[in-house]
Design a protein around this ligand. Structure first.
Ligand code: ADP
Ligand code: MG
Ligand code: MG
Length: 646
């Protein structure tokens, strides 16, 4: 997110009173911005990544690793350069939900040159080094999806006690000091989501049942001071129970944003990337341990979805609708419910809940059905954080009320209109990926997805399957070892009538066999292809690259990235989640009881830091493809060559 504007948050009561005001002006603002910008043309490809880091503090004497709550202090220093010279920095730093997290992006978006793929990793490494310089000697910035012992006794440094009966979270496990203190947005969201819902969030993840796992597995709620009995009621046996926003929003992730040449292309890319969300989630799975327990899932997604689920009991369908307008099947953090392009329209097969009045207003303002449906769907949500300075706005110029609702619909894909008064065009954000330990892996994922967008556009590919099937894939993608064990719905024939002949060569034969457009495939088949049946995403990328003019050094970098993705997809390299699982299960102190003790956590994270620094190799995760290209070894030179203006 951009630099957060400062301000004073309103109470929940006041915010609630103003929810229709925010919606009303948000929609007017959208209509105005749409008509101002709908014909904007000719924007070029620009793109950038966002990496979220967790600051970990090691105590080598006691063999413990904790999250270090120094993000604000470190962030203030990281932002100094940007404040002095906003357009001349190689990195931008932003706060994140937790007091132990920071988010880094490149100083400027990358552009359409293939050579830019050759500086992504170097820029990530630069960011990591920049942050590392500000740390104490016992701290490390880690690109970890989940901190394994989040919510366990004394998991923070300095230590704080949870306050189950007061404060914003009221968690039995997470002290409010874990929330980023430097901006009121985060604590306000935490409080308001709990108050809107009418109870604490409740997340139950099935435990991984090992030989000696306690059964039934339950928490001792009396000892945890659950005075109201709320948690005891919400927790399911044999599940890891979590009761705070931090369990999800305190996870790290990897996101990318692309600029399209116009609104139509943005809508098309939004749709085409949607079926890839679960595939990329399974491929990047990196979070099998939560609250100190091995679980039966490999990803954070369902946890983060539950962690900000502000729906009331009525909205969740547990009680008849009286005070609320809608029953809503999904949390505001979830997979998307509808496609936005004409090609996608007939595949919108799940009920899209939307506000009829808002839909009508948008239609009357000459906004087409699909976009009106999308926006009126986002606007079934109430604002969950409002600042007094932002209540009254100029709807012709400002877009804050629109952004208020838009930016708290945390979905797998985000369709982003151009911000007011900027040179930025229509963009699409790809949001499912889990973050990996090393810059190499993160750069590989980012470059793979960006290359895929180029292939989709050049070859006019079509990945669209019914949204209900994408949702099924989302559920499968998070299961333990999904990459190897699950089959995913994927479109059989991804070519279109306008696809060039070389993209069609391998795949037309299959379309006549069955009336269904899609079939169940392994991720290996989807990514690497299957002779005579499916061309595979990597072979398509390679075919695209073969006619492009690319320097040898960049070529070599891209090939290393593709090799990594190829091997992860085929299962010959482990996902980060499987690697973490194996580490825990083969640790000499592991008691086969699913528990990730302080000592196991310490050893795991220490090994991970050595891998991320390149001090030890990890062939199970990376094979032998991690050597940096010549360009990347010389970051300043590479960056100044490609960005002559910095
Ligand atoms: P968010 O909506 O997630 O808060 P931001 O607007 O802060 O995201 O931008 C996130 C990413 O978008 C960064 O990686 C940044 O480099 C990239 N970005 C910035 N400008 C553009 C642009 N014009 N087109 C595409 N991506 C851009
Ligand atoms: Mg972020
Ligand atoms: Mg983002």
């Amino acid at each position: 997110m951009g630099l957060l504007s400062e301000g004073s948050p309103l109470s929940w009561e006041k915010t609630k009173e103003l929810s229709d005001h925010v919606r009303k002006h948000g929609i007017i603002q959208f209509i105005n911005l749409y008509h101002r910008l709908k014909n904007r043309q000719g924007d070029v490809l620009k793109w950038g990544d966002e990496v979220e880091y967790i600051i970990v503090k090691f105590n080598h004497q006691k063999k413990i690793a904790q999250v270090s709550l120094r993000a604000q202090e470190i962030l203030n220093k990281l932002q100094e350069k940007e404040l002095l010279n906003p357009n001349g920095v190689k990195s931008l730093w932003r706060p994140e939900y937790s007091a132990y997290m920071i988010e880094g992006t490149p100083g400027k978006p990358y552009g359409g040159l293939l050579a830019h793929f050759n500086i992504v990793e170097a820029n990530m490494r630069y960011r990591r080094e920049e942050a590392t310089e500000l740390l104490n000697s016992d701290e490390v910035v880690m690109s970890l999806t989940s901190f394994p012992r989040l919510g366990c006794l004394n998991f923070t440094n300095p230590p704080y006690k949870p306050t189950p009966n007061q404060g914003a979270s009221r968690s039995l496990f997470i002290p409010d000091e874990t929330i980023f203190p430097g901006h009121p947005r985060f604590i306000t969201l935490t409080r308001n989501i709990r108050l809107r819902r009418g109870e604490k969030v409740a997340i139950n993840v099935p435990v991984f049942k090992d030989k000696n796992t306690k059964s039934p597995l339950t928490d001792d709620f009396e000892a945890l001071c659950d005075e109201s009995g709320e948690s005891a009621k919400a927790a399911k046996p044999d599940h890891v129970y979590m009761d705070a926003m931090a369990f999800g929003m305190g996870c790290g992730c990897l996101q990318l944003t692309f600029q399209a040449c116009n609104i139509t292309e943005a809508r098309m890319l939004y749709d085409q990337l949607t079926p890839l969300c679960p595939i990329m989630l399974a491929l990047t799975a990196a979070s099998p341990v939560h609250r100190g327990m091995l679980t039966d899932i490999d990803c954070r997604w369902s946890i983060i979805s539950g962690s900000v689920d502000c729906r009331t009991r009525e909205e969740r369908g547990l009680e008849p609708l009286k005070k609320n307008k809608f029953q809503i099947p999904k949390s505001r953090y979830d997979s998307i419910d509808s496609y936005l392009s004409e090609q996608g329209e007939k595949f919108n097969d799940v009920p899209v809940i939307y506000d009829e009045k808002i839909y009508k207003q948008l239609r009357e303002a000459d906004i087409d059905h699909l976009l009106a449906q999308h926006i009126s769907h986002l606007f079934i949500r109430d604002t969950v954080s409002l600042f007094s300075e932002k209540v009254d706005q100029d709807d012709m110029k400002d877009t804050d009320h629109f952004e208020n609702i838009q930016s708290t619909n945390w979905q797998t894909m985000r369709f982003k209109p151009p911000p007011p008064n900027s040179t930025i065009g229509w963009r699409v954000e790809f949001r499912p990926c889990e973050v990996q330990l090393t810059d190499f892996e993160n750069a590989a994922i980012v470059c793979f997805v960006v290359l895929l967008t180029r292939v989709i556009l050049s070859y006019h590919l079509n990945f669209i399957i019914p949204i209900s099937k994408v949702d099924e894939n989302m559920t499968k993608a998070q299961k333990r070892d999904a990459l190897k064990k699950e089959l995913f719905w994927f479109r059989k024939d991804i070519t279109t009538q306008v696809s060039p002949p070389h993209a069609t060569a391998q795949c037309h034969s299959c379309s006549s066999e069955s009336p269904e457009l899609y079939t169940a495939m392994t991720i290996d088949h989807i990514i690497n292809g299957k002779e005579g049946e499916f061309p595979g995403l990597i072979p398509l990328i390679n075919s695209y690259l073969s006619v492009m003019d690319v320097d040898a050094d960049t070529h070599c970098t891209i090939q290393q990235y593709l090799k990594l993705i190829q091997k992860r997809a085929s299962g010959s390299l482990l996902t980060t989640a499987s690697w973490i699982r194996n580490f825990v299960q083969t640790h000499p102190k592991y008691m086969k009881d699913s528990v990730v003790t302080d000592e196991i956590n310490y050893d795991l994270l220490l090994t991970a830091t050595k891998i991320q620094k390149g001090e030890i190799t990890c062939p199970e995760l990376h094979g032998h493809c991690t050597k940096m290209s010549k360009t990347q070894e010389n970051i300043p030179e590479a960056v100044s060559k490609l960005y002559p203006c910095t």
